[in-house]
Write a protein that binds this ligand. Structure first.
Ligand SMILES: [Zn+2]
Length: 319
């Protein structure tokens, strides 16, 4: 009989869990609000309830959980998680094992690392052995697969490509540094750029009217629509996003000479608006030989990349 695991994606808004088999087939799904703003204890309780509900359906081989934060792989401690309140050195794995029991192994991994594993397993990267995935969501997450293995650093804290410096004089990032990739290529960055630039009364853009009655959450999508209508200011924002990615991709390719870079996350839906700037910038800055050997592709699994990657890690854990 095929092994079945639970893959979980812990998001700032929702928790999603799925039963997934060895072929990567999603057999059923469940979700519930994460209540991340109330604090990590609420997230943990919701997570345990969701796993217990999902567990009833089948005999489970393991549980893989993708988390938006930095986890110390040797201790299972969640050291920081910007989108979940009250997290500082939270002993996540220990708490989960206490509540779920010791019978089923639990794997915790950063969500962007899980997405990279998912795309490598059965998505855009299934035919290559070495790739880097950039997940463009609220922030920017990175995941590195080298020779068929996730490389998350000696303590599991690596792959933080979003905090690679792109411009030393750039805007301040949530991490405290200035000019990180995340402050150029993420939903949060687009919201910031729009807000700052619209202060200039002389700037002509249809965005001013289009965002008047919408929520701040929808701004990246509205900037996408405005760019498609030919709004120069909006096109310029996607150019900034694309160029930031291009600089990062040139650096990453020069250093790691991977076969593929995959771009995923919500903003990848605007691929047509930023990608030409990305390739142009990456080619301009990268060394010729490694750049000739790398493909830059859009993700294939969408929102499910993280769930599937977490499931893969649970299926293939050494025990
Ligand atoms: Zn940063």
């Amino acid at each position: 009989m095929k092994k079945v695991v639970i893959g979980v994606d812990v998001g700032g808004t929702n928790l999603r869990a799925a039963l997934i088999n060895e072929s990567g087939k999603i057999m059923s799904r469940k979700s519930r609000p994460s209540e991340a703003k109330k604090g990590i204890d609420f997230v943990t309780e919701n997570l345990i309830n969701l796993i217990n509900e999902t567990k009833k359906e089948k005999k489970i081989y393991g549980i893989g959980i993708g988390i938006p934060g930095i986890i110390d792989s040797s201790t299972g401690v969640l050291t920081q998680a910007p989108n979940i309140s009250k997290v500082k050195n939270y002993p996540f794995k220990e708490i989960l094992l206490n509540k779920l029991g010791p019978d089923i192994p639990v794997i915790l991994e950063n969500d962007a690392n899980c997405a990279a594993v998912g795309e490598w397993w059965i998505g855009a990267g299934k035919d290559v052995n070495s790739l880097i995935m950039l997940t463009l969501g609220t922030g920017l997450g990175g995941g590195i697969i080298l020779r068929g293995k996730l490389w998350s650093g000696v303590n599991g804290m690596g792959g933080e490509i979003g905090h690679m410096t792109i411009d030393p004089d750039g805007p301040k990032c949530n991490c405290g540094n200035y000019g990180c990739l995340e402050s150029f290529a993420s939903a949060e960055a687009i919201r910031r750029m729009v807000k700052e630039e619209l202060n200039d009364k002389n700037l002509k853009t249809i965005l001013r009217d289009e965002i008047k009655h919408s929520s701040i959450h929808d701004i990246p999508e509205i900037v996408g629509k405005a760019a498609k209508k030919g709004d120069r200011f909006s096109i310029g924002i996607w150019k900034t996003v694309g160029m930031g990615l291009g600089i990062a991709i040139a650096n990453l390719t020069n250093v790691l000479n991977v076969e593929m870079i995959i771009i995923g996350g919500g903003l990848s839906n605007s691929w047509d608006l930023f990608f030409k700037f990305t390739t142009k910038e990456a080619k301009k800055r990268g060394l010729r030989a490694p750049m000739e050997n790398v493909e830059i592709n859009k993700c294939e699994l969408g929102d499910d990349a993280g769930l599937l990657g977490a499931a893969y890690l649970a299926l293939n854990e050494n025990r």
